[in-house]
Design a protein around this ligand. Structure first.
Ligand code: ADP
Ligand code: ADP
Length: 224
């Protein structure tokens, strides 16, 4: 599967040019989007996730014209935004079950199976009955990725997921992403260079809305 981004431009009403003719081709596996705060990463992520329209340009996922068929993209998308709220009094299991319904997993047995498998995969099985208000930052992010994986998405977007995690939780989270990125397209937005070098086979550097580099980490080092 391949995600193709063609000539995306976005200028906010305040005049900030967040995306300037962005072109990217992203294949199955872990793709890193590296850039400092304000580079345009979230704008690009939200555009791919069909939460925000660009001024011009195109996004294709396989043969799907994403901007023309937002509902169909959302059926195959898992999105972990930079900030997300969770009802603190609900358990991880209950929250996952609710999101599974929203994702259209209506069969109760299928839903229970997916929820259990994702709790297991994200190492939250033992904590599944606990109220998430008591979760650590790392546990919340792992629950976030479990939510994003409901409905078996083929494109997963995670926006700055490691910001604020301690080193142990950060590695646990990156390992988890690496497992997911075996056979679907995963885009990891980050301002942490190590996230990209430890995990991603391909990455792009974005700054002031422009793609400065796109390729493999090894090729980037060789070019220095
Ligand atoms: P990043 O995710 O890399 O931090 P963003 O996409 O959030 O970058 O932001 C890119 C630029 O666009 C920044 O200068 C930011 O302040 C600006 N920006 C983002 N969202 C808006 C908005 N809704 N209105 C105006 N400016 C915005
Ligand atoms: P991110 O880096 O993920 O965009 P921010 O904290 O910069 O996170 O932005 C949070 C929200 O505020 C986003 O919805 C973004 O679109 C909006 N935003 C960011 N910068 C600006 C800005 N300069 N003017 C108006 N809204 C903005």
């Amino acid at each position: 599967m391949q995600l193709t981004i063609r000539d995306l431009c976005k200028t906010y009403p305040n005049g900030v040019r967040a995306l300037k003719h962005v072109d990217l081709t992203i294949s199955t596996g872990m793709f890193g989007l590296l850039g400092p705060n304000g580079a345009g990463k979230s704008t690009l992520m939200r555009t791919i996730a069909t939460l925000q329209d660009p001024d011009s340009g195109a996004v294709e996922f396989g043969a799907l014209d994403v901007l023309a068929h937002k509902d169909r993209l959302r059926e195959v998308l898992g999105y972990l935004p930079q900030e997300f709220g969770l009802y603190p009094n609900l358990s991880a299991e209950t929250i996952l079950d609710h999101f599974a319904v929203l994702k259209g997993v209506t069969d109760r047995r299928e839903r229970a199976a997916q929820v259990h498998a994702l709790l297991d995969q994200t190492n939250l099985l033992a904590a599944r009955k606990q109220a998430v208000g008591g979760f650590s930052g790392g546990m919340k992010q792992r629950l976030g990725i479990a939510i994003a994986l409901l409905g078996r998405p083929r494109l997963v977007i995670v926006d700055e997921p490691t910001a604020g995690l301690d080193p142990t939780e950060r590695h646990r989270f990156l390992d988890l992403l690496g497992e997911i990125g075996q056979d679907i397209v995963v885009i990891l937005s980050t301002h942490i260079v190590e996230d990209v070098y430890e995990l991603c086979s391909k990455f792009a550097i974005i700054s002031h809305g422009e793609v400065l580099y796109s390729g493999s980490p090894a090729a980037a080092v060789a070019a220095l």
